[in-house]
Design a protein around this ligand. Structure first.
Ligand code: NAD
Length: 488
């Protein structure tokens, strides 16, 4: 049975669950009802240090476990997800607000990454060998784990995003300290509790702290930490990347996004419209791969806008726990206000508000953080709603004459480069789009171009800082290559 309040979130240090001694407590909410669901302690630097020391200590033995033994824990981890599938989906929806279907998708994606990590650790983590590179000389490389890593998470996928990293780090012989978002820490915390209890991972391999900015700064500056993975907004991403550089830590830093979806006149609108609707309003627009701008090319503008508005107005907005809900609330009251301000900004900038999500009322939950699907037409590239990340269910529609103009708008209209999609039946146009657009993820007739676990996950421009991306790329991130030259 789901609880209505999960109390004070605990931390996991060296295999022990503890209450933080911190008196700085933040409130976490169920966004669907607006009621408090947990308290989040902002841990002290000393508590972070305890966790990083535990992770560093555990590393000494863990990296000596044979890989065949390490991956057995990942197989047990998979069972935890499978055995608690619905419970985890419920926790996710209760604390984040997304629909229960979206929560199930979140878990499936995490599971995919455990599978990929098991395979990748064997296949990509094994190093190389070149015999007789000169007379009597062989040269070989091995990939070695590095130590303890900090895994800093955003609020929008509390189950999937930590698992872009955790399984790879553990399979490769590293240890981790995870920090969930303070907005919705329950799914991550409860999942890690289940994993620790049911897999019996050696103490200290998997640690968890709670908090916000200060916890992240303490993690990065800790001498026990070898590197950090971060996923979050661009402003914070820049700070994290700089701090990691200052302390000489390797980092993978995924930032924010502003993604465009382009429709050509030869597109199949019957496919494109639902795909755009789900891209823009799925997860209430709180996805780094969410479609935020639609760019129509040629004479299909009016038809596209009419179709988008009709479909947007049909979406059932409500509590994500109700199986029939198609769009849940946004994560917090302050997110709701920020998004409402953006809608007001769009109106002030004279974009045409075709459907206004601020008017939505979910009768049963008057205190929930609801915003309905919002569509603006006549949006100009210089407007804030076209350039800035809103991270909510707000879609801006623009029009251009040629596909080249759309590509130019994507490349120079925003500072981000996470994802762009094209809807067309022309292979040539699709090829040009893929080659010319400066973004890390390209969709062709796909509204959410989300790489599966066996591909890297990262963007370009201000959507990403670093070199290696999330998911499969972390095999190289969580290991260092040692080369041995042997003469016999
Ligand atoms: P956020 O940047 O507010 O927070 C992310 C994490 O950083 C949290 O754990 C938070 O506690 C911590 N944090 C906050 N301020 C900090 C600071 N000054 N220094 C150090 N740490 C700090 O992001 P969010 O609101 O939780 O998540 C939404 C953002 O994440 C959006 O911008 C979205 O586009 C982005 N995102 C990107 C990807 C991607 O792969 N590129 C994926 C998911 C989400």
């Amino acid at each position: 049975m789901p609880k209505s309040n999960y109390g004070k979130m605990e931390i996991l240090v060296g295999g022990e669950w503890k209450e933080s001694a911190s008196s700085e407590l933040h409130r976490s909410f169920n966004p669907a009802t607006g009621s408090e669901i947990a308290e989040v302690p902002f841990v002290s630097r000393d508590e972070v240090e305890e966790a990083t020391s535990a992770a560093a200590e555990a590393f000494k033995k863990w990296h000596d476990f044979p890989i065949t033994e390490r991956v057995k824990y990942l197989s047990k981890m998979k069972l935890v997800f499978e055995n608690h599938f619905e419970e985890l989906a419920t926790l996710n929806t209760q604390n984040h607000g997304k629909t229960i279907q979206e929560s199930r998708g979140d878990i499936r994606r995490a599971l995919e990454n455990i599978d990929a990590a098991i395979g990748a650790a064997y296949v990509l983590g094994k190093g190389e060998n070149l015999e007789q590179i000169a007379e009597g000389i062989d040269e070989s490389s091995t990939k070695e784990p590095l130590g303890a890593f900090a895994i800093v998470c955003p609020f929008n996928f509390p189950i999937m995003i930590p698992f872009w990293f955790i399984p790879y780090a553990i399979a490769l012989g590293d240890t981790v300290v995870v920090k969930p978002s303070e907005l919705d820490p329950i799914p991550t915390t409860q999942l890690i509790r289940m994993i620790q209890e049911e897999t019996k991972l050696p103490p200290g391999v998997l640690n968890l702290v709670q908090g916000g900015k200060e916890a992240v700064q303490s993690l990065i500056s800790s001498k026990e930490i070898s590197g950090v993975t971060f996923v979050g907004s661009t402003g914070v991403a820049k700070q994290v990347f700089e701090l990691a550089g200052k302390y000489g830590k390797r980092s993978i830093v995924n930032g924010g996004a502003k993604n465009s979806l382009v429709i050509l006149p030869d597109a199949d609108l019957g496919h494109a419209i639902p795909s755009i609707i789900s891209s823009s309003f799925g997860n209430a627009g709180q996805r780094c791969l969410a479609g935020s701008n639609v760019i129509t090319v040629g004479g299909i503008h009016e038809k596209t806008v009419d179709n988008l508005v009709t479909s947007a107005n049909k979406l059932r907005v409500g509590n994500g726990m109700d199986e029939s809900t198609e769009m849940g609330p946004v994560v917090s009251e302050s997110a709701m206000k920020r998004i409402e301000n953006y809608i007001q900004k769009g109106v002030s900038e004279h974009a045409k508000l075709k459907t206004d999500g601020r008017k939505i009322k979910v009768q049963e939950y008057p205190d929930g953080f609801y915003i309905g699907p919002t569509v603006f037409d006549n949006v100009e590239p210089q407007m804030a709603i076209a350039k800035e990340e809103i991270f909510g269910p707000v879609l801006s529609v623009m029009s251009v004459d040629k596909v080249e103009d759309a590509i130019e708008l994507i490349n120079s209209g925003t500072s981000f480069g996470n994802m762009a999609s094209l809807f067309t039946s022309s292979g040539l146009a699709a090829r040009e789009f893929r080659r010319r657009v400066n973004a890390g993820n390209i969709g062709i007739n796909a509204g959410v171009a989300a790489p599966s676990a066996f591909f890297p996950f990262g963007g370009r421009k201000e959507s990403f800082y670093g070199t290696l991306h999330a998911q499969i790329d972390t095999v190289d991130f969580f290991t260092d290559t040692k080369v041995t030259i042997a003469r016999w």
